[in-house]
Design a protein around this ligand. Structure first.
Ligand code: AMP
Length: 214
């Protein structure tokens, strides 16, 4: 089961991807998480990525494509994986298609979580991420058990720099310009499923399960 998540930043891709990975026992590969871990560890890749991320821009394709292609070739990905935050541009999608085609494989499901821009801005302002493990919560829609503290590792919950309002607006522009064209790419490939992401997390997840188990 090879799955990619599409949708604007803040549409709920990460939350759904984590649940899918757990339910179907496949690795969850988030390029945003990989970059954030690199930033935290002070790597060269982290330093380069941060310059773009802090401005709400995409990290250049050449810094992300090989990283993902190498990752999906690992043993734990052979029976499937869920990509969250990749591909984000047509060249990234083409590179992914080519890497899979070389092994006679393809993306089985492209799940597009649809949420209008105005809801995204409202959502992002309430979003809090764990400084330690990256888990995401929301003051209103997915609150942690104790305010400001991660349910999973007890780390501190913070507002990510790239979740600040001005950066979110920039990220939405970038999404419409560079990432939204992937919707027709996967529609032509026959793997696109459009899902209304404005509903409760559990309702969205139930719909995803019904798609994956159809
Ligand atoms: P995310 O956590 O998926 O929203 O990603 C956070 C940021 O990481 C994005 O705004 C981009 O700057 C960068 N990023 C993550 N994935 C990609 C990708 N596939 N291509 C380019 N930049 C990416």
């Amino acid at each position: 089961m090879k799955i990619i998540m599409l949708g604007a930043p803040g549409a709920g891709k990460g939350t759904q991807a984590k649940q899918i990975a757990e339910q179907y026992n496949i690795p969850h590969i988030s390029t945003g998480d990989i970059f954030r871990a690199n930033i935290k560890n002070g790597t060269e890749l982290g330093k380069k990525a941060k310059e773009y991320m802090d401005q709400g821009l995409l990290v250049p394709d050449e810094l992300v494509v090989d990283l993902v292609v190498d990752r999906i070739e690992k043993d734990d990905c052979q029976k499937g994986f869920i990509l969250d935050g990749f591909p984000r541009t047509i060249p990234q999608a083409e590179a992914l298609d080519a890497a899979l085609a070389a092994k006679d494989m393809k993306i089985d499901y492209a799940l597009d979580i649809e949420v209008p821009d105005e809801n995204i801005i409202d959502r992002m302002s309430g979003r809090r991420s764990c400084r330690e493990c990256g888990a995401i919560f929301h003051a209103k829609y997915n609150p942690p058990k104790s305010e400001g503290i991660c349910d999973i590792c007890s780390g501190e919950l913070i507002l990510r720099d790239d979740d600040k309002e001005e950066t979110v607006k920039k990220r939405l522009d970038v999404y419409h310009e560079q990432t939204a064209p992937l919707i027709s790419h996967y529609k032509s490939a026959g793997s696109l499923h459009e899902i209304d992401g404005t509903r409760h997390i559990d309702v969205v997840f139930d719909e995803i399960k019904s798609i994956l188990e159809a």
